[in-house]
Design a protein around this ligand. Structure first.
Ligand SMILES: Nc1nc2c(c(=O)[nH]1)N[C@H]1C(S)=C(S)[C@@H](COP(=O)(O)O)O[C@H]1N2
Ligand SMILES: [Mo]
Length: 456
């Protein structure tokens, strides 16, 4: 098949038109199946993240949606329930906004002690240009009642095994915010399949878990929703807790707004540069409901002194802001380069990351080490010997590799207690662990993927 230049092209499946995506480019693969892709650091040099480099987070397999059969329902606590086609939606006034989409767990892989889950480093985030209709417009059209407490979003994706369906709520206040939209376009193209074709929620300023993809249903509820993805997942203690503390979900609150954050795109950590040669330190910074970034300060001496970076011209309420600072090192040595953003509300990035049990909201002041040398030489590092590995135990494949590959396991380095809880979670989601195999699987996980092996 010949691919058009556009992200989206139509393929005929049994005569019905369905969408397919152009391939992604240079991504860090966190999981091949279901697919989770991270944008590498080089992506932070662009204002709008191209679709080929936009991160992907899917809890389950991507659903194939047939646009001719697709409908959006607006139901629940409304006076006039709606069933809409894409044509109906496109006939409504549209708005476009530039907005950061960041996974709540972005940066999880940087927490110490480690927490279970996909080990994102920096690139579980992108800055997109989204077009669609205001959610408030639809809710008013449907006659949202005073009894409304929360709005529930569901997509066409189906759970795997005994997982619960991925359904999420947002508050009525957020739903009626003019910056909350239902998007059918991304970067000027129809929404790509991996990003929620044909329609997704854009909850500007809030973490990605609220941005439900492949939308089919919007339900106005008169009480708090109690599904797994609201009551167990995506919860934060709302304060720092001692590293390693297990906090019961009911003592935590749903993840909502992003917090002020910056990323250093270049130089990369461990870069070597020649004395007297100018270096541009650059990156991006963003915030959430607190409003756009107003300043980014840069230090090349580990935080002793700071200089303001120059902010890029492109800006929007919820998009990221590019920044850069020219630096010419005057002495050889090792430099700790740091960046610290401030938002409209005056919030700044912490110097020490508050720990939380699921590794959400990573936003500590980033640091990269740069070695300035008198003359660049091609020094090579000796390769580390491969670590000893315990062989796969009986039952491992059937218990662990039916719904996903081993890549998601290999990136996590957890304690025995954490692996034990992961096995319990997987069993509750339908994984078949024979009682006689359980101990062997647990030993295998701890031996090969224990906390002491991190960074090997
Ligand atoms: N229906 C559905 N919507 C979803 C998800 C999902 O698994 N299913 N993942 C969510 C999460 S956790 C994130 S971070 C974003 C990721 O969006 P992206 O893949 O377009 O980057 O989608 C959100 N919406
Ligand atoms: Mo996410």
């Amino acid at each position: 098949m010949k691919l058009s230049r556009r992200e989206f092209f139509l393929v005929s499946a049994g005569g019905a038109l369905m969408a397919a995506d152009r391939p992604k480019r240079d991504m860090l693969v966190r999981s091949v199946r279901p697919e989770d892709l991270e944008m590498p650091l080089s992506g932070f040099t662009e204002y709008i993240t191209p679709i080929e480099r936009f991160f992907v987070r899917t809890h389950v397999y991507v659903p194939a949606v047939n646009l001719s059969e697709w409908r959006l329902k607006v139901e629940g606590e409304v006076s006039t329930p709606l069933t809409l086609t894409m044509e109906d939606l496109k006939a409504l006034p549209s708005v476009e906004l530039v907005c950061v989409l960041e996974c709540a767990g972005n940066g999880r892989g940087l927490y110490q002690p480690q927490v279970p889950g996909l080990q994102w480093t920096n690139g579980g985030v992108g800055n997109g240009r989204w077009r669609g209709v205001r959610l408030a417009e639809l809710l008013k059209k449907a006659g949202i009642k005073d009894s409304a407490k929360e709005i529930l979003f569901n997509g066409a994706d189906q759970p795997i095994g005994r997982m619960q369906d991925f359904e999420r709520t947002i508050t009525v206040k957020k739903a009626l915010d003019p910056n909350t939209i239902l998007a059918y376009e991304m970067n000027g193209e129809p929404l790509p399949v991996k990003h929620g074709f044909p329609l997704r929620l854009v909850a500007s300023g809030w973490a990605g878990d609220s941005w439900v993809k492949w939308l089919t249903s919007i339900r106005v509820l008169d009480k708090e929703f109690d599904g797994f993805w609201m009551k167990n997942a995506y919860r934060h203690p709302g304060k720092a807790v001692a590293p390693g503390t297990a906090v019961p979900p009911e003592q935590m609150q749903p993840v909502t707004s992003l917090r002020v954050k910056s990323v250093i795109a270049s130089p990369g950590d461990g870069a070597r540069t020649a004395l007297g040669k100018p270096v541009t330190i650059r990156g991006v910074a963003w915030s959430g409901d607190a409003g756009p970034v107003t300043a980014v300060d840069v230090s090349v001496d580990g935080g002793r002194t700071w200089r303001p970076a120059r902010l890029g011209r492109d800006q929007s309420q919820f998009g990221w802001r590019q920044w850069e600072l020219a630096w010419t090192p005057q002495r050889d040595g090792y430099y700790n380069v740091m960046a610290r953003a401030r938002d409209t509300a005056g919030d700044t990035q912490p110097f020490a990351q508050e720990w939380n049990p699921s590794g959400y909201g990573w936003n500590v002041t980033p640091r990269v080490g740069v070695e300035v040398v008198n003359e660049l030489s091609a020094a090579t590092q000796p390769a580390a010997p491969p670590p000893a590995q315990m062989a796969q135990p009986p039952g491992f494949k059937n218990a662990c590799l039916v719904c996903h590959e081993d890549d998601v396991i290999r990136q996590q380095f957890l304690t025995r207690a954490q692996w034990d809880r992961e096995i319990n979670k997987m069993v509750s989601w339908g994984s078949e662990v024979k009682p006689e195999d359980r101990e062997g699987i647990l030993n295998f996980l701890v031996t090969n993927f224990g906390p002491h092996l991190r960074g090997r």
